[in-house]
Design a protein around this ligand. Structure first.
Ligand SMILES: Cc1cc2nc3c(=O)[nH]c(=O)nc-3n(C[C@H](O)[C@H](O)[C@H](O)COP(=O)(O)OP(=O)(O)OC[C@H]3O[C@@H](n4cnc5c(N)ncnc54)[C@H](O)[C@@H]3O)c2cc1C
Length: 431
């Protein structure tokens, strides 16, 4: 019987290396990270990435047949939990969203020539990518309806449209744009993915949008979210990934894995936040007692720990199911994990702010920034309401309606119970 909560010793050593590498090389940089210039950061980033590559831990989300090390989703979950303790680790370990999802999409849909041109350089970290689905004037939750179009003109596709909230679009080398090419194929065979290289005439990066995470956004920083307009933007025919009409399905493939990958990282952020809460609770006194001795604070600690542990098990088990049955078979579970863990991490961050009082609210601690940054969780990659709705519909498919009283109606079950009792008495020889 296989029912094991331990990691194999060799992989545990890799995890141990990751913990100490992130603790000693990355976390210490956090207080000055935003002050470091892009030019200075570049060689240091490459130096750090090369250590991860030497260790065989780079780009861990991709299967070997897709060009990655092939750890599978469960091992990726264990790694991502560690990476999530310090979000800049994503870049250093080559699992940075949106690149990771884009690479999965290219791995599934691109031709060999397209892989040579865009996937492998993206995987090696030589180029970066963005993914443009969401639009300002149509609900991003429902990509069966999109306003951006692409029309073939000779050996070119001509893109017209308006996108927004496109992460990294202002710094990416390529943008994967979802555009409608086959209106007759609505709702699921209507759109295609086109690669638009940075600087293509007709693609205007209007601005980087101010957000909760970065209200005073500085244009052109990685992690920003851009607004884009396409006017007579032309790309060669070979810039389409997959066949015309494949875009929706390719995008779903990309987003499915991305949802649980967010959750895996949030586990690490939640735990680091709880560490901050607990340290404060055992360090500060109010009304003659340590904060840790006040029962309501104990409730915050116990609840946060319990929620994190439950979220870990749910995430790890779903990752295991992905490895065993494939992502498509557990699509509803992936949305469930994202919807659940996004709530858990925000709740833990919120309690940490509360227990740390004014200090927690201040930017002297990292928690308020993490809270603002992670608040996108219940919205991004499809709002949680949608995932819960998909989950509920999947569950409900297993049930059939009954006429009259419910199956469990006690008075209706009485006759069958008496009959069963008669049988058992006879079988047991009771007179
Ligand atoms: C930080 C961040 C980064 C992002 N990066 C990208 C990116 O790189 N590329 C990209 O294309 N997009 C990106 N997005 C956009 C993201 O995918 C969308 O915000 C998301 O899919 C929701 O779409 P919307 O914002 O248009 O909200 P809407 O679709 O307008 O929905 C608004 C709200 O309506 C409710 N709602 C909608 N549908 C349902 C339903 N079926 N049932 C119940 N309630 C519902 C929910 O409360 C939802 O939050 C990003 C968003 C954020 C916040």
């Amino acid at each position: 019987m296989a029912w094991d909560f331990e990691t194999d010793p060799e992989f545990e050593q890799q995890l141990e290396w990751m913990r100490s590498f992130i603790d000693s090389e990355l976390i210490p940089l956090e207080p000055i990270l935003r002050d470091i210039s892009a030019a200075e950061w570049q060689p240091v980033k490459v130096h750090l990435q090369s250590q991860v590559k030497e260790r065989g831990l780079w780009g861990a989300f991709l299967d070997p047949k897709l060009g990655g090390p092939g750890f599978g989703q469960l091992k990726l979950a264990l790694m991502s939990e560690i990476i999530g303790r310090c979000m800049m680790s994503m870049t250093i370990f080559g699992v940075q969203a949106p690149d990771s999802g884009n690479m999965e999409l290219l791995a599934h849909g691109a031709t060999d020539a397209q892989k040579e041109r865009w996937l492998w350089p993206n995987l090696r970290g030589e180029i970066s990518s963005a993914f443009a689905l969401t639009e300002p004037f149509l609900a991003g939750s429902d990509p069966t309806v999109i306003g951006t179009t692409a029309v073939q003109d000779g050996d070119e596709w001509v893109i017209e449209g308006h996108k927004w909230f496109i992460t990294n679009a202002s710094v990416a080398d390529i943008i994967l744009v979802l555009a409608e090419t086959n209106p007759e194929g609505r709702p699921h065979k209507h759109a295609s993915i086109l690669i638009v290289p940075a600087g293509t005439p007709g693609m205007e990066i209007v601005r980087d949008i101010g957000t909760m995470a970065h209200p005073d956004v500085e244009y052109g920083r990685p992690g920003n979210h851009a607004e884009l307009v396409f006017r007579d933007c032309r790309v060669p025919a070979d810039h389409m990934i997959g066949a015309p009409g494949d875009g929706f399905v390719l995008a779903q493939q990309r987003l499915g894995g991305g949802r649980i990958h967010h959750a895996m990282r949030w586990l690490g952020q939640a735990q680091r936040s709880l560490d901050i809460m607990c340290e404060r609770a055992v360090s500060r006194t109010s009304h003659g007692k340590l904060l840790a001795q006040h029962q309501m604070v104990q409730d915050y600690v116990a609840l946060s720990h319990t929620e994190i542990q439950a979220a870990r098990l749910l995430t790890f088990q779903t990752a295991w199911k992905m490895d065993k049955y494939g992502a498509n078979k557990v699509r509803a579970d992936l949305g469930m994990v994202k919807a659940h863990v996004s709530k858990v991490v925000l709740a833990v961050l919120d309690r940490t702010i509360q227990v740390c009082g004014a200090l927690g609210y201040s930017s002297d601690l990292p928690v308020e920034e993490w809270y603002r940054g992670t608040r996108f969780g219940p919205i991004g990659d499809g709002p949680d309401e949608l995932h819960k709705s998909v989950l509920a519909r999947t569950i409900l498919k297993g049930y059939s309606p009954v006429e009259g009283w419910p199956t469990e109606h006690i008075p209706s079950r009485r006759a069958a119970a008496e009959e069963k009792w008669r049988e058992l008495r006879v079988a047991a020889g009771v007179r």
